[in-house]
Design a protein around this ligand. Structure first.
Ligand SMILES: [Zn+2]
Length: 91
């Protein structure tokens, strides 16, 4: 894959066959956090902000993901054939 193609890829958070909703919330003590929420099972994933320079703290293989965060994502069904490999969680 060339770098030009790579830039056009985004990751879409999916749960229960639907795109997860993303909202940003203000923290009482300042700052903001984001939350990906599944409207079907209510699973939520909290995203906290952090300075970019700390990426090296996360170890080998860490990458920055471009993830779509939408408060009103399309309601279309996602293909349900995602096979989550437990034995090999990373590429
Ligand atoms: Zn779900």
């Amino acid at each position: 894959m060339t770098p030009a193609e790579n830039k056009q890829i985004v990751w879409v958070p999916v749960c229960c066959g639907r795109i997860m909703r993303y909202n940003i919330f203000k923290q009482p003590r300042g700052g903001v956090y984001g939350a990906l929420v599944c409207t079907s099972c209510s699973k939520n994933i909290v995203l906290e902000q952090e300075p970019l320079f700390s990426l090296s703290d996360y170890g080998e293989g860490s990458i920055l993901l471009s993830v779509v965060g939408s408060p009103k994502p399309p309601k279309s069904e996602r293909p349900a054939d995602v096979d989550i490999g437990i034995d090999e969680p990373t590429l």
